[in-house]
Design a protein around this ligand. Structure first.
Ligand SMILES: [Mn+2]
Length: 327
């Protein structure tokens, strides 16, 4: 008699979800397209199974995603204390990433594609080969026996579109495009989604981009670009932190630039650091040294102390990452 294979993490998660009725979903603070898309795709699928679903996030849905179906279902809160049979955490390397108190009291199902996931769940499914967490959710929806409805499909597509930087980076595979093909077959209009996400900005953002790029500094023989974004300037230009989205990627459009560093500086001088790179230049390692995480080509962390005190050291470490990858 053939030996029965061990259940895969996907099998186990589908089983646990099938056995539980009241599900709480969450994802990381400062949500991006993958966290919003993954949560809502799964929520719509769980609806079809008759589950009771709640979604709690630390921060509101960014404006460019607010018009997508179900966005109003995402509740903003800094604590979760209602009764649920399981908590599904999407897109988070550890349980502190949602920045929501009380999550550790639940039966945690961890679904993520970030390298360095700590395996904090009762059940963990980690797949670094997925281009987006939304790609994993599409597989889970299949495994749950739910058909791709237009609502589910549009969120799966949104997750993949945004997490690959419009199909330009990350672990894109045949599976990525097969998932997108199925999403389009289910009714997604790729041009309409792209327009909703990328052509929904305002003039203030263009001015902000101009000001930040005007202040760009080049280091390491022009291979590292350094940007600075002051929260006061953001406010003065009639913008919010959402308008800084994507800024850090812009220097990489220059052939010479291999890595980009963005310092987002608050009024008190503290702030966050975003890192982006090309090819083998590993900026996740730099972020890891400061308690952050992400991917080889995209990572970030909260600066230890005032930006002015740590800026030179961080830029030097990114320069070393560039040097190591492309001597
Ligand atoms: Mn992601």
């Amino acid at each position: 008699m053939p030996v029965k294979a061990d259940p895969t993490p996907l099998d186990r998660i589908a089983g646990e979800i099938g056995a539980r009725g009241r599900l709480l979903l969450t994802s990381h603070a400062r949500p991006d397209g993958d966290s919003i898309g993954s949560q809502l795709a799964l929520a719509f699928a769980l609806d079809r199974l008759g589950k009771q679903v709640r979604i709690v996030n630390r921060d509101p849905v960014p404006p460019q995603f607010a018009g997508f179906p179900g966005a109003e279902r995402i509740e903003v809160a800094d604590r979760a204390d209602t009764e649920h049979d399981a908590l599904v955490v999407l897109e988070c390397t550890d349980l502190s990433r949602p920045d929501v108190a009380g999550l550790d009291r639940y039966f945690v199902i961890n679904i993520d594609h970030h390298l360095g996931n700590t395996g904090y769940g009762a059940v963990n499914w980690f797949d670094e080969s997925a281009a987006a967490c939304g790609e994993m959710v599409a597989d889970l929806v299949d495994r749950l026996g739910v058909a791709l409805t237009p609502e589910i499909a549009v969120h799966v597509y949104l997750a993949i579109l945004t997490d690959t930087g419009s199909f330009r980076h990350g672990h894109m595979t045949a599976r990525t495009f097969e998932t997108c093909r199925r999403a389009v077959a289910a009714g997604v209009d790729p041009a309409a989604v792209a327009s909703a996400v990328y052509d929904s900005s305002h003039i203030g953002r263009l001015r902000l981009i101009g000001a930040v790029l005007d202040g760009m500094r080049l280091e390491a023989g022009g291979r590292v670009a350094v940007l600075r974004l002051d929260e006061d300037v953001v406010r003065d230009m009639g913008c919010t932190h959402h308008d800084a989205e994507g800024l850090v990627n812009m220097p990489l459009t220059a052939r010479e630039v291999l890595a980009s560093v963005l310092f987002k500086v608050a009024s008190d001088g503290t702030g966050r650091v975003s890192l982006r790179s090309k090819g083998a230049v590993d900026v996740r390692r730099v972020a890891g040294r400061y308690g952050g995480g992400g991917h080889t080509n995209a990572s970030g962390f909260t600066a230890p102390g005032r930006i002015a005190d740590v800026e030179a050291a961080i830029v030097a470490e990114v320069a070393v990452a560039v040097q190591t990858a492309a001597p």
